[in-house]
Design a protein around this ligand. Structure first.
Ligand SMILES: CC(C)(COP(=O)(O)OP(=O)(O)OC[C@H]1O[C@@H](n2cnc3c(N)ncnc32)[C@H](O)[C@@H]1OP(=O)(O)O)[C@@H](O)C(=O)NCCC(=O)NCCS
Length: 163
């Protein structure tokens, strides 16, 4: 309890397994307006080309709560970030960075030469993270996302060289 009250969360990074999908879907629902279900995550993760990592807190009150995850795909020499989220409670502590590094490393090990992702042009925290990791904008998809109120926004397509 003392550790929880006085220090930063201590976390471990692990490969995502099917047993994580319920927690992953719960965190996704907290961080995105259009949540993906537990079954969608399980179905994606069952594909050979798809892999992910989870961050679990090891000094919480009880258990090892999920505080972040990333899901990626590698196929035909190209990687893609499918989704990433970190709990707001532990934002800006470097967990998103560590999750992205794990996904980039695994994608490189699987033989890809580049990683791609799409991000809402209004999502400045995520864009700042991606730029810091070496991603550059390579395209735009106008009116790609639709918010719950019907507002449309542009997706930026970003690319990072893994060579
Ligand atoms: C984007 C997200 C994953 C970042 O996770 P995080 O653990 O808070 O990020 P980190 O602490 O690893 O930050 C790494 C760098 O990213 C940038 N960054 C992260 N959050 C930022 C913020 N709120 N404002 C500005 N820059 C930010 C900074 O450059 C930061 O480095 P610094 O702290 O040394 O300045 C997290 O905000 C999130 O889950 N957002 C909601 C879901 C989402 O938008 N996912 C991306 C969809 S494409």
């Amino acid at each position: 309890m003392l550790k929880y009250l006085t220090g930063n969360p201590e976390c471990e990074l692990l490969p995502m397994v099917s047993g994580d999908c319920r927690d992953v879907a719960s965190l996704h629902a907290l961080r995105f307006p259009l949540p993906w279900g537990q079954g969608e995550f399980a179905s994606l993760l069952s594909q050979d080309s798809v892999f992910g990592f989870v961050m679990r807190q090891t000094n919480a009150w009880a258990g090892k709560p999920l505080v972040g995850f990333v899901l990626s795909r590698e196929a035909a020499g190209e990687g893609e970030i499918l989704t990433i989220a970190v709990s707001e409670k532990v934002g800006r502590l470097g967990l998103g960075w560590r999750l992205m590094q794990a996904a980039l490393n695994e994608t490189r090990l699987r033989g890809a030469e580049a990683m791609f992702l799409e991000v809402d042009s209004a999502n400045s925290p995520a864009i700042a993270l991606y730029r810091k990791l070496g991603f550059d904008k390579v395209g735009e998809r106008p009116a790609y996302y639709t918010a719950q109120d019907g507002t449309r926004s542009t997706a930026l397509v970003m690319r990072c060289n893994l060579g």
